[in-house]
Design a protein around this ligand. Sequence first.
Ligand code: 4AD
Ligand code: MG
Length: 430
Amino acid sequence: MKITISQVSEYVDQEVTIGGWLANKRSSGKIAFLQLRDGSGYIQGVVVKEDVGEEIFARAKSITQESSLYVTGIVQTDERSPFGYELQVKNVEIIHESVDYPITPKSHGTDFLMDHRHLWLRSKRQHAVMKIRNEIIRATYEFFNNQGFVKIDPPILTGSAPEGTTELFSTKYFDEDAFLSQSGQLYMEACAMALGKVFSFGPTFRAEKSKTRRHLIEFWMIEPEMAFYDFEDSLKVQEDYVSYIVQSVLQNCKLELNTLGRDVEKLEKIKAPFPRITYDEALKFLHKQGFSDIQWGDDFGAPHETAIAESYEKPVFITHYPTSLKPFYMQPDPEREEVVLCADLIAPEGYGEIIGGSERIHDFELLEKRIEEHKLSKDTYNWYLELRKYGSVPHSGFGLGLERTVAWISGVEHVRETIPFPRLLNRLYP
Ligand code: 4AD
Ligand code: MG
């Protein structure tokens, strides 16, 4: 019976064949331990010379790291193994021999690992991070489907630039100029007017010259948009959503969190509601902490966000930023025009901003004025303005950056490990 490692619990005491790769091996004169992986999991194959005979034993001992194999044996429960099972090997068939695999169990530098990303993905740690990424995506669809949202896909090639015009990748679109999407939001607003509550999940592109542990050039964003939701209603969705994905990972990725050495007690505390502070309160706090040169109207940088986040065990919303710091579409606070009805959600433990969101301007004249003030082309945004012409309603939405969220929940230091093939400043290979 050919099975995957994830299925072994159903085959205890039975003979099975598993196709896999050799992750590692230990052996003596009489016994060899093969650490096998097949993508679905890990299992140890035990080869006893007395049981399999000289020839098979010699073959098992000679297998090199990352050779591909079919291993046949009897599944046995094993309390000492973190996976609970081992394979009493009867036969080993080498499919393809891997010679001089570059990523050995010794440690390697970051550049070397990044140059070998196509192979590095096979390592236990990277496997665990990708499984957690997958669980967050799965839980995202589950959460929004349960809440009556419709998944809808905004375009990737666009003519508009919701988050400002300085960080765009431009390309030729036949005779026109086009950009790679930096956010699907504006299109999602149109979709919310058609379908009520919608969410998107797709790649976004920012030509940011930032070389930090939080910045990717290409990253994936989840962007919900809700008709008839005000700013407060949207915060509630955000805290429920983030709690849901964290609790889903805790429940379904125990092994992976353990592999990564993640402190799960910290994650267990991530339950709605989340604390909220205004920009003004945050600024006061920063001044007290000794950040004396930051003034009202300045944006917060990574050290500021980290200092604020350190006061909380949960993610914290920073609300009501100065209007001048934020994009043209955000709804000003009716009681205080110099701030907008927006919030950034800052993750704990120094992982920074994972969500940016706001209530959107729904008044035609005000939006038109803001487009002019931002010197944006009226022709490009005509369709967006038109949404405010025919039955405009208050609405809100937000964008969650998947890779920063994966980094935080997995406890990995840098976003480069949270996406299969990271695009970074100066890195397009592999
Ligand atoms: O705050 P941002 O720029 O917001 C928007 O794009 C809105 N249009 C979203 C919306 O309201 N629909 O980006 C949202 C999130 C950030 O909080 C961050 O998590 C992530 O996207 N992000 C990045 N992640 C990795 N690398 C980058 N260069 C990122 N830029 C933003
Ligand atoms: Mg932001």
